[in-house]
Design a protein around this ligand. Structure first.
Ligand code: G3H
Ligand code: 13P
Ligand code: ZN
Length: 334
């Protein structure tokens, strides 16, 4: 059993309490490789922001869970080396789908896990989530549960249709399970195609697709039922059109990619939403930078020469999210 505290990691409890009180949200960035991890840590240190490093099923399959765990341990040392004396870094399991997986991650040093029982019947979701909470809390690991199903075509987390969270269920779920935070469904979804063109209107000035607003009424109803309780939003990439344009003008083909407008995420960050998950925007930033570099320098074959600019672009993106959208900059005091 590896205790995350011995690795210099923290759980989400104090971090979320501070964020809810302070009206900002903690960034939860997915990572699959060294460049993403470096960019996340550089951005968090430069902005003095707490940060959640999260590992999905896709990341585990791609990069190996053990290796990623050691990278997260390395992230703490790296943050210190960059000048942050007491970094606040959470290592989080994203979309855990079984008790065994959550237990295994806790035993190998994760400080936070998500058990995603959102596709299960309500009572089964409650039972599974409670089982994970009971084990996690013995080790002071925090747990995120989910109620309501996100729409989307993202691999590994697909769900056929969107079911918004039912505010009338949240008190019962939180009480029965003992979860530390709750992911809810209010219209966000995974991936770079969050809405069909038919669901959007067209901006007459730019010709861009404008998505429908998130269901803030559902969020407000949840907050009313659970005052001050930490709420999580998945599927919160904004799909920056500059990156989509760079990809498309350098050989790519992303048609009608559309995300959540940043002003809506800014509004959500000021509420009880205290964790915002972003993965697709990092993928787009990385791909845009790599395509651009390779198009401009066709003779280049040293990966460092295109992964370096990709890392720079991701760092810029993460800093922008932290400072201009989530507001978590300057929240590490030491
Ligand atoms: O939750 C969704 C994340 O974007 C992770 O997706 O399993 O393809 O890494 P992935
Ligand atoms: P995006 O696909 O919108 O980046 O969402 C990521 C996510 O929710 C990871 O759990
Ligand atoms: Zn997610």
């Amino acid at each position: 059993m590896v205790n995350y505290k011995d690795l210099g990691l923290v759980n989400t409890r104090a971090m979320f309490a501070k964020a809810v009180k302070g009206g900002y949200a903690i960034p939860a960035f997915n990572f699959n490789n060294m460049e993403q991890m470096q960019a996340i840590i550089m951005a968090a240190v430069e902005t003095k922001s707490p940060v959640i490093l999260q590992i999905s099923k896709g990341a585990r399959n791609y990069a190996n869970q053990t290796l990623l765990r050691y990278m997260a341990e390395g992230a703490v040392a790296y943050a210190k080396e960059l000048g942050c004396e007491h970094p606040e870094i959470v290592l989080h399991l994203d979309h855990g789908d079984s008790y065994e997986l959550c237990k295994n991650c806790i035993e190998m040093g994760f400080s936070s896990v998500m058990i995603d029982g959102s596709a299960l019947p309500y009572d089964e979701n409650v039972a599974l989530t409670k089982k994970v909470v009971d084990f996690a809390h013995q080790h002071d690991v925090t747990v995120e549960g989910e109620l309501g199903v996100l729409a989307g075509v993202e691999d590994e987390v697909s769900a056929a249709e969107s079911h918004y969270t039912k505010p009338e269920e949240v008190i019962d779920f939180v009480t029965k399970t003992g979860v530390d935070s709750l992911a809810i469904s209010i219209g966000t979804s995974h991936g770079a195609y969050k809405f069909t063109p038919e669901q959007c209107t067209v901006d007459p000035k730019t010709g861009r697709l404008l998505p429908p607003p998130l269901a803030f009424d559902v969020l407000e109803a949840v907050e009313e039922k659970l005052p001050g309780f930490p709420i999580v939003l998945h599927g919160s990439s904004s799909v920056p059109q500059e990156d989509v344009d760079i990809i498309n003008s350098n050989g790519g083909c992303l048609k009608a990619a559309v995300g959540i407008p940043e002003e809506q995420l800014r509004k959500a960050s000021k509420s009880a939403v205290c964790k915002i998950n972003i993965d697709s925007d990092s993928r787009l930033a990385m791909t845009a930078a790599i395509r651009k570099t390779l198009a401009e320098k066709p003779a280049e074959f040293d990966p460092r020469k295109y992964l370096g600019p990709a890392r720079d672009r991701m760092k810029e993106l993460y800093m922008h999210k932290i400072i201009n959208v989530l507001g978590s900059n300057g929240k590490i005091s030491h």
